[in-house]
Design a protein around this ligand. Structure first.
Ligand code: SF4
Ligand code: SF4
Length: 428
């Protein structure tokens, strides 16, 4: 069995900048700006007012609706404003501004011993845990699927270039990850648990294999290929099951949870700590001292860059270079789902000058979702929305493989995004 999905690409991984650097704690800034929406779903509702005193771990935003997540303060201090600011995606959302008093007083939830299924579910909700791999789907919803689950896959692939936060997590906290996994397994009632790690991370494979000894959890070495960490690609590589194009992993009896999410679940249950710190990689040649950092949620990216220093750079990206968001300035803040911040210099940034498509078919050969990106690109530019629908752009996972291989530098991911948006608008 080759633990591999079909198609995909092999970009340079560039992880050597930070792979051997242990996490270091960045001290909190004088003010944090905590977004009330750091997750997929409805924004949380403010639970504090200007003038209120809070501690690290105080609930400051309450989940609203079924798909939503609680938000907690990351420092102790005083609420000085509730204001709208742009997040990394350029969306204006409410942020709670807290002046840090430097005392670092904490408010924890009661630690749980031998928790029941309901205890674990409730704790994930109370602690505001969301998918730390970047998807930011609320974990309490993910672990309550309405279908039976036979396999829990723990995603340790971390296939995006530059990022080493999950890798360091597996080296530094393997036992805690395994404990977090055991709680998630209890809720799901899964018979099988597999930790999937790419074979370019042998030390992480060894660390996790040692940590699972004596349990029924297995560690599966996966061939290195991008986007191995995509949910559907990982499920296919590990189980050979195919999630339907428009379906969810639970449709084939599988749930995928990121390794750092498992660690955060451990912290919430064992230590009673709500989710308000972020383990992240800050890298690229534009950063003077690349690092793996533990940062408090709500810290402006500008402070993170000041802390490490910077060289000349041409592009700032939140997330990886393949699927991350390019940001125009460093005003947005670190949120729960941000596994990395990259500053790329000229030598790392490919200059793109699109030319007409030459029908080489490479984009289709690279697409892990088996789409035909050049057709969507062609049709959407001619405003043929209904015709583009036939090529299923709504199934695009925006992995960027097509654009990476295109010799004509076509902006294929943007075309897929535009097609998705226009199709959705038309359907509504
Ligand atoms: S069409 Fe979408 S899923 Fe396919 S390679 Fe391009 S970005 Fe990835
Ligand atoms: S890879 Fe680029 S040039 Fe080749 S078919 Fe696709 S869009 Fe056209």
């Amino acid at each position: 069995m080759s633990y591999l999905f079909n198609r995909g690409i092999h970009p340079k991984d560039k992880k050597e900048l930070t792979a051997d650097l242990p996490f270091e704690v960045m001290s909190a800034p004088a003010k944090v700006y905590i977004p009330l929406c750091q997750h997929i779903g409805a924004p949380a509702k403010a639970r504090v007012s200007v003038g209120d005193r809070v501690k690290a771990g105080t609930l400051i935003g309450e989940a609203t609706g079924f798909i939503s997540a609680n938000v907690h303060s990351s420092v102790s201090g005083t609420v000085v404003a509730i204001e709208q600011r742009e997040n990394a995606a350029g969306r204006k959302i409410d942020h709670i501004v807290i002046e840090n008093d430097g005392l670092y007083e904490e408010e924890a939830l009661p630690p749980l011993e031998n928790p029941t299924k309901m205890d674990i579910f409730t704790r994930c909700y109370d602690a505001g845990i969301v998918g730390m791999g970047g998807a930011t789907f609320p974990t309490h919803v993910k672990i309550q699927p309405n279908k039976p689950i036979h396999t829990l896959i723990i995603n340790g692939a971390e296939c995006e270039p530059y990022i080493t936060a999950d890798y360091r997590m597996m080296l530094e906290h393997p036992k805690e990850i395994v404990e977090g996994i055991s709680y998630i397994k209890t809720v799901l009632g899964a018979q099988k648990v597999v930790i999937g790690i790419e074979d370019n991370k042998p030390k992480a494979i060894d660390a996790m294999q040692a940590a699972v000894a004596g349990t029924d959890i297995t560690v599966q070495k996966l061939k290195t290929k991008y986007p191995q960490g995509g949910e559907k690609q990982l499920i296919h590589a590990v189980t050979k099951l195919k999630v339907p194009w428009t379906g969810l992993p639970a449709d084939v009896g599988v749930i995928v949870v990121n390794v750092t999410t498992a660690f955060v679940v451990y912290e919430a249950i064992k230590l009673g700590k709500p989710s308000y710190t972020r383990f992240m990689t800050v890298s690229g040649k534009g950063i003077k001292r690349p690092a793996n950092l533990i940062v408090r949620v709500g810290t402006p990216f500008e402070d993170v860059v000041d802390y490490l220093g910077h060289n000349d750079y041409v592009k700032a990206i939140v997330g990886g270079p393949m699927m991350g968001l390019s940001i125009a300035n460093l005003n947005p803040v670190v949120a729960k789902g941000n596994s990395s911040l990259l500053l790329l210099d000229k030598s790392e940034e490919r200059e793109i000058e699109p030319t007409p498509c030459i029908n080489c078919g490479r984009c289709a050969m690279a697409c892990p979702m088996r789409l035909i990106p050049m057709m969507t690109d062609r049709l959407i530019l001619k405003d043929k929305i209904a015709d583009s629908y036939k090529y299923h752009p709504q199934c695009c996972i925006e992995c960027g493989c097509c654009a990476y291989v295109c010799p004509a530098d076509r902006p294929l991911v943007q075309s897929q995004r535009l097609a998705k948006k226009l199709i959705k608008e038309r359907m509504q």
